[in-house]
Design a binder for this molecule. Structure first.
Ligand SMILES: [Zn+2]
Ligand SMILES: [Zn+2]
Length: 359
């Protein structure tokens, strides 16, 4: 049995991974170095990693130039393999997760207030950031990762690791705005788009007690939407939807990462209601101002959630029997999975079985 004692060492470790060698290359097996286990670090054997649309934008350089190779993945679920000498909250064998960030400045007003996701200096992203040791961060499409204990989440026993992985991005990204804008009993909540983010938003909004409507391009996934917890399901391709639902919603969560008609969406929001964007289109989104000022509507955005709130979300999932609907794939199926993500052909999240990494 592995000793549950503090470990520290000064050597880097080599990780098996899959990554992209250029903006246009397919993902392929490769090896990366992980930093030596620091005193406050946790080394995690990654068991599963979810595939997020952001992974694709990032690796293809669509959100700005990046150094290569690029190893994405910020929906990490695994087991603690080693802990540094100052680690108090985690022991070898614990079930843990890592989401979109692995550090922050810890000094700005947002970090001090426990909103490190909005660190004014910019949080250190799980992939695509410069880490505190000056190296570029690599994500969870790999067999292990070294992360500061303050950015490691505890995964409750009730949630299978593979179904927990997508909670670390898709889960918290939708849970946080639902909580911030008070989704709950007596509230009308709409979710635009029923994909990886949308299916989690429906589950959470329903569990929080709101009346939930899905607004999807077509009625193709209607049966699923109702099964996931929606009370109503409408097609945005049908103009009658916008007449029927005018001024209906206290809160709309827009999960679509493409340019859609914001004027039409805003017309569905009640006076003083909010339309909150969590999808991230590469192109600017045109927003007409009249529908905002005529009804004092809010047009907003929300990004992931704090570590404290992410832990709260995981506990909420355990309590309410919530997890992601997933399709587990092997590492050699990642390129195919990305094409299917781009075609919205997944119900509702691909998760890589990291034991299949071969590099
Ligand atoms: Zn993500
Ligand atoms: Zn900060």
């Amino acid at each position: 049995m592995a000793a549950v004692t503090a470990t520290s060492n000064t050597t880097t470790t080599t990780a098996r991974a899959v990554g992209a060698g250029s903006p246009t290359a397919d993902l392929a097996p490769l090896q990366i170095e992980r930093r030596a286990l620091g005193a406050s670090d946790v080394r995690i054997d990654i068991k599963f990693c979810g595939i997020c649309h952001s992974d694709i934008h990032f690796a293809r350089g669509e959100w700005g130039e990046i150094p290569y190779p690029a190893v994405p993945g910020h929906e990490i679920a695994g087991v603690v393999a080693a802990v540094g000498s100052d680690v108090t909250g985690f022991a070898v064998g614990d079930r843990v997760g890592v989401g979109c960030m692995v550090n922050s400045c810890r000094e700005c007003e947002n970090c001090q207030a426990g909103n490190e996701q909005y660190c004014i200096a910019g949080n250190t992203q799980t992939y695509g950031s410069v880490d505190r040791d000056g190296t570029f961060t690599y994500g969870g499409y790999s067999d292990h990762v070294v992360v500061d204990q303050d950015f490691v989440l505890r995964i409750p026993d009730e949630i299978p690791l593979e179904e927990a992985a997508p909670l670390l991005c898709a889960g918290i990204t939708t849970y946080s705005p639902l909580r911030h804008w008070n989704a709950g009993p007596g509230k009308q909540v709409a979710v635009v788009g029923l994909g990886g983010l949308g299916h989690m938003a429906v589950k959470f909004a329903h569990a929080l007690g709101a009346e939930v409507t899905v607004l999807s391009q077509s009625l193709r996934k209607q049966e699923d939407g109702l099964r996931l917890g929606a009370d109503h399901y409408y097609a945005t391709s049908d103009d009658a939807t916008f007449t029927a639902l005018a001024h209906r919603f206290d809160l709309i969560i827009n999960t679509v990462s493409a340019v859609i008609d914001m004027g039409a969406m805003l017309s569905l929001v009640k006076t003083d209601g909010a339309l909150v964007n969590v999808g991230a289109p590469s192109e600017p989104l045109p927003v007409p101002v009249f529908p905002l000022l005529m009804q004092r509507r809010t047009f907003a955005g929300s990004g992931i959630g704090s570590i404290r709130e992410t832990q709260e979300m995981l506990e909420f999932c355990a309590e309410h029997g919530i997890a992601a609907d997933i399709e587990v794939i092997s590492a050699d199926q990642v390129n195919e999975a990305w094409e299917r993500v781009l075609a919205s052909d997944v119900r509702y999240r691909f998760v890589i079985d990291n034991s299949t990494l071969t590099a």
